[in-house]
Design a binder for this molecule. Structure first.
Ligand SMILES: Cc1ncc(COP(=O)(O)OP(=O)(O)O)c(N)n1
Ligand SMILES: Cc1ncsc1CCOP(=O)(O)O
Ligand SMILES: [Mg+2]
Length: 351
């Protein structure tokens, strides 16, 4: 006759099942992240780190734990949240899976204290390593998208702000800056949050003008600073290495200083005088040509650029432009976005 499990043994079986399920969960999540690093980013270093973590997790997946598995008796297999059935972008897939791995490692850490204290310590360490991996990967994604972005919409206050931005996103915009010099902070935060959410859905980068605190509060991808704003070194300390910092420049000295200070991109202009930035002298196309020859980081020509003159700016060497009025005041922002992008993507003849 088979002896029934004692209460202690029953609890041990439950702990083993929890450990078994969460070891699987952590490995699966890591594999999902690894596939993106490998095939999506072609980044061997990040893929290798995922693989190393996967193998470290697997080391703890002993036959004793596997033997406790009881899939038919698990009421959790049928439980899914509607959000799990659809994801808006690769970013959401990655974020959801990082969350899954981190939760699984936290569960492993707590329950393995009842099983193997060394395993608990190892899981804690792995959780911190996954946080580091997450921030490197998200930083990498941001930089890749920044380099791929050729049109940058800087917003101005507008009654239909969200609609205009969404229309531009529909036209292929991948980089947005929230700029409002007069709103009070509660409106600023509310709008920043909504815009960030919109950008998230469309897989676009979201940058906040001037305000590092607002950028952090809404988990923006970065901040855009001017020459009179917070020093870059202080902003970098607050934002960390994985978020983007842009800086406005009007001449070659400012450009070289910005590169030396480690900003991720610069604004080049105002190329033309503009009512959006009253009193700021135009740099002209000369500075655009200088940037084309000398700037090693992404740069955006800005100031008075529209569908009529974009080709002059492109001919002066610009591959990326930033606009306010051209899109914020457009009747059909989707069409204008598509037009500006088509001009920026036009193949230049090689001489
Ligand atoms: C892409 C880009 N370039 C330049 C600016 C101007 O920034 P700044 O000089 O700080 O002026 P304000 O925008 O704060 O008035 C920008 N915002 N974006
Ligand atoms: C914020 C800023 N910085 C330099 S020019 C400019 C405004 C550009 O606005 P517009 O595209 O409407 O001329
Ligand atoms: Mg500023």
């Amino acid at each position: 006759m088979v002896e029934p499990y004692s209460q202690k043994e029953q609890i041990q079986q439950v702990v083993y099942r929890i450990l078994d399920a969460n070891l699987d969960r952590a490995r699966e999540g890591l594999r999902i992240i690894e596939e993106w690093c490998r095939f999506g980013l072609n980044n061997a270093q990040l893929a290798l780190e995922c693989k190393r973590l996967r193998q470290e997790v697997a080391k703890w997946h002993t036959s004793e734990l596997r033997a406790a598995r009881d899939t038919p008796g698990d009421p959790g297999t049928e439980l899914t949240h509607p959000q799990e059935e659809q994801r808006a972008s690769i970013k959401s897939v990655l974020q959801a899976n990082f969350c899954r791995i981190e939760e699984a490692l936290r569960v492993l850490e707590e329950y393995s204290k009842l099983y193997h204290p060394t395993m608990a310590k190892a899981c804690k360490q792995m959780r911190y390593q996954v946080y580091t991996l997450e921030s490197s990967l998200m930083g990498h994604q941001r930089h890749q998208l920044l380099w791929r972005s050729h049109l940058y919409l800087v917003t101005s206050p507008h009654e239909t702000l969200l609609n205009n931005v969404e229309a531009a996103l529909k036209g292929g915009l991948t980089l947005l800056q929230y700029r409002d010099k007069t709103a009070d902070d509660s409106l600023r935060l509310e709008q920043a949050r909504k815009l960030r959410q919109l950008c998230h859905i469309y897989g676009a980068l979201f940058i906040v003008n001037d305000r590092v605190d607002v950028a952090l509060a809404v988990d923006a991808d970065g901040v855009h600073l001017g020459q009179q704003d917070m020093p870059i070194a202080v902003a970098r300390q607050l934002l960390g290495s994985q978020r983007l910092i842009g800086l406005s420049t009007t001449n070659k000295e400012e450009m070289q200083a910005a590169i030396a200070e480690g900003v991720d991109y610069i604004g080049v202009g105002p190329v033309y005088e503009t009512p959006t930035k009253v009193g700021k002298a135009a740099t002209g196309l000369e500075y655009v040509s200088y940037a084309a020859k000398n700037c090693s980081i992404p740069w955006f020509a800005i100031g008075g650029i529209d569908a009529n003159n974009i080709n002059d700016v492109i001919d002066a060497g610009a591959e990326r432009v930033a606009v306010v009025r051209s899109l914020m005041q457009a009747e059909q922002p989707t069409l204008v976005t598509q037009y500006l992008l088509s001009q920026l993507n036009r193949i230049k003849p090689e001489f």
